[in-house]
Design a binder for this molecule. Structure first.
Ligand code: AQP
Length: 334
């Protein structure tokens, strides 16, 4: 079976190291392996929480710049913003009528994001995973590279595909496989090793942004929370220390090693020394991406043209699939 890759990133703020190591870096690898890839700025997902319209437009260009700067070639892969391809919303409505309330009630991301304000959360935030299933299945994507936090949503995508196929007695939508790969599938906050590194964390020191310069990266790593002990020898000892585990995981991912290999080199050393090495590595790896992003956002016409072209190609790919889905449902005129 041919492999088709789809994944998305919300244009809700600055891309950070978690987005890069958990998702974008794998996007590039999958493209380099010769797969057919669609990578999307999911602006319709972004507005499930309030976004200033001007900032949303700018963040969409910034995420596109991040994709291209990281190595995604807009000619080889399709990059576009979600709202340009109406088939996502059309299929989401059909899936709203397939997905069950009980399934959505179990989604932990909604619980975390809505928090105590549940009654005040948008209906869109609750429905987020259904739109995500439509994003993927409107292209019949077979594989979805994501960070670990999206695992539950992908299980829901599989459930929706399966129920659609069963309800209508067809073998139409594929059962999509997640690709959760690497040593940093869940990068944690630099201030709290039990919290995910996230765009919405109020502390800038919790995350490394892809556009941070060398001084900012060095400052954030220097201030990253650690404990006074030297680096341990074994993975079991490391896992008991979340902040240490996080920094070793980041080092491993950035240097294409395993955590064990990093411990072989650094066990017994103090964090002051390890943080210096991590800073050099992070600056070396992220610096060129950040400066290329800055160069690209200064050229919005190039980004806008790439996204327009991507949206046209994506819409052409989605058109026969949404038409057939509507026909299966029984919509007249499909
Ligand atoms: N900390 C992380 N570690 C590994 N992967 C991560 N991803 C996000 N955070 C981490 C992965 O990045 C992709 C795009 O994420 P997104 O922007 O669509 O979703 P998000 O989870 O909402 O991102 P943030 O940064 O956490 O934003 P807020 O603060 O708004 O919640 C996904 O593949 C995701 O797994």
């Amino acid at each position: 079976m041919a492999i088709r890759i789809f994944s998305g990133v919300q244009p809700t703020g600055n891309l950070h190291l978690g987005n890069y190591l958990g998702a974008i870096r794998n996007f590039v690898r999958l493209q380099q392996d010769g797969n057919e890839c669609l990578y999307c700025m999911v602006d319709m997902h972004a507005i499930t929480q309030w976004q200033d319209p001007k900032e949303l437009t700018e963040a969409t260009r910034m995420v596109a710049a991040g994709f291209i700067a990281a190595g995604i070639d807009p000619k080889r892969s399709i990059i576009f913003n979600q709202s340009r391809v109406a088939a996502h919303a059309e299929l989401a409505w059909i899936f709203n009528c397939v997905a069950r309330l009980g399934w959505l009630n179990r989604m932990t991301q909604f619980k975390e994001k809505a928090g105590k304000q549940r009654e005040n959360a948008s209906v869109g935030l609750y429905d987020y995973p259904v739109l995500m299933a439509a994003d993927i299945l409107v292209y019949k994507a077979t594989h979805v590279p994501v960070g670990e936090d999206q695992k539950q949503h992908l299980e829901l995508t599989r459930d929706i595909a399966q129920k659609f196929n069963n309800d209508f007695g067809v073998d139409f939508f594929p059962i999509t496989e997640p690709i959760i790969q690497g040593e940093a599938t869940r990068v944690m906050s630099l201030r709290d090793g039990t919290k995910k590194m996230s765009k919405s964390d109020p502390s800038e020191f919790s995350r490394i942004n892809l556009t941070d310069g060398p001084d900012q990266i060095a400052d954030k790593i220097r201030r990253a929370k650690t404990d006074p002990l030297p680096l341990p020898e074994t993975l079991t000892d490391l896992e008991a220390r979340p902040e240490a585990d996080n920094l070793v995981g980041i080092y491993a991912a950035l240097s294409d090693q395993t955590r064990e290999q990093v411990l072989t080199e650094y066990s017994g050393k103090l964090f002051s020394e390890f943080k210096g090495a991590l800073t050099d590595l992070a600056v070396g790896r992220l610096g060129p991406i950040g400066s290329e992003m800055q160069r690209l956002v200064a050229e919005p016409a190039y980004i806008d043209a790439a996204l327009e072209n991507g949206a046209e190609r994506a819409a052409a790919m989605a058109a026969p699939i949404i038409r057939e889905a509507k026909r299966i449902v029984g919509f007249l005129g499909a």
